[in-house]
Design a protein around this ligand. Structure first.
Ligand code: NAD
Length: 328
């Protein structure tokens, strides 16, 4: 497999995917409309600016390049916004993936790795969460990703397109070798918000609720280094290339840290004060979300190599050197 099309490759996770593929000697073509991405994040790959919902645009890219496999990161992913604007999420996420799969079918491309999410589970029934557990999303974002997983399953059956739908838990960190990192606007993820507080760009970091049934009362989440995350995508592609079975895989560390533990670790690693204030709970936040990563280990041969300290240290390096993200 030589040429990989990365849709959404100018975004946070997509740009880290591009860096890994380039490092491993692949030819990479990025398709991105730059609605939330940054052209500066695309390093060592060809960038074609356009929308995945535009079939004629995708036809031109699949004609220009002999694509062997697709990795699709292109989506909207703000959970709160999806509740107030569900059609925006169905319109981009579901229609975008449908358009991509249609183009793949037209051009005979038969492998896709897809960014799914732990939000497909909704309120979990048990911990750690396994792929066979109930999926009952509590917001349109998670629902849109679950709909795409269904579309992948049926396209696999009808058109023999192999797929791996990867349900990410919380991705963070950066690739300090090629100077890329997380620059979302608006930012909603805990670790970059803590970094911005450490830099003094925010006065405080908010802790949403400290009365959850956890040891310190704050929510527990499973954090995964973005470099480990993208390594799993490459293993998934190679698995499909070998004719491996299509399906859904959790990508998490199998371990959890509370909001207070994240803030304490960030204080230790950055040496900054990081003032925190407790705010009311947010609706729909489960107290604990931890992945079982056993299936990814057994089927893909993937285990995360980087722990929380490395995640925070790499996030800090990025934020310290790029206080305005790609704006500098
Ligand atoms: P991001 O917003 O940084 O990247 C998304 C990229 O897709 C951007 O470059 C954007 O410009 C592009 N894009 C969006 N719609 C497009 C369209 N119609 N046509 C062409 N390009 C389009 O997001 P991210 O944090 O890198 O997340 C990547 C994927 O991973 C998303 O699908 C997201 O739902 C999923 N995900 C992320 C996390 C996380 O922790 N960041 C967790 C779970 C799932």
């Amino acid at each position: 497999m030589k040429t990989i099309l990365v849709a959404g490759g100018a975004g946070y996770i997509g740009s880290h995917m591009v860096a890994l593929l380039v490092e491993r000697g692949y030819e990479v073509v990025v398709v991105d409309n730059l609605c939330t991405g940054h052209w500066q994040a695309v390093k060592g790959a060809k960038l074609r600016v356009g929308d995945v919902r535009d079939g004629a645009f995708l036809d031109s890219v699949f004609t220009e390049f002999k694509v062997d496999g697709v990795i699709n990161f292109a989506a909207f992913s703000l959970v709160g916004e999806s509740v107030t604007k569900p059609l925006k999420y169905y319109g981009n996420n579901v229609a975008g993936s449908q358009s991509m799969l249609s183009a793949m079918e037209r051009h005979g491309v038969d492998k896709i790795v897809f960014s799914s999410t732990a939000a497909t589970y909704g309120e979990p029934e048990k911990q750690p969460i396994e792929e066979t557990d109930r999926t009952l999303p509590t917001n349109p974002y998670g629902e849109s990703k679950l709909a795409i997983e269904g579309m992948l399953k049926w396209c696999h059956q009808a058109y023999n397109i192999g797929y791996a739908a990867l349900r990410y838990f919380n991705a963070a960190g950066s690739n300090t070798d090629v100077c890329i990192g997380e620059d979302h606007g608006p930012e909603t993820h805990l670790i970059p918000l803590v970094m911005k507080t450490a830099l003094g760009q925010r006065a405080t970091i908010g802790i949403f609720g400290e009365d959850y049934p956890t040891a310190d009362g704050t929510c527990i989440r499973d954090y995964i280094h973005v470099r480990d995350l993208v390594e799993a995508h490459l293993l998934a592609l190679e698995h499909l290339e070998r004719g491996g079975e299509s399906g859904v895989f959790n990508l998490g560390s199998g371990d959890g840290f509370s909001v207070k533990e994240i803030i304490d670790s960030a204080r230790r690693i950055t040496g900054r004060e990081i003032p925190a204030i407790v705010e009311p709970r947010r609706a729909g936040d489960p107290s604990v979300l931890i992945a079982s990563n056993q299936k990814a280990a057994e089927v893909l041969g993937w285990t995360p190599k980087r722990g929380l300290d490395e995640i925070i240290a790499d996030a800090w390096t990025w934020h310290l050197n790029h206080p305005d993200g790609y704006g500098v």
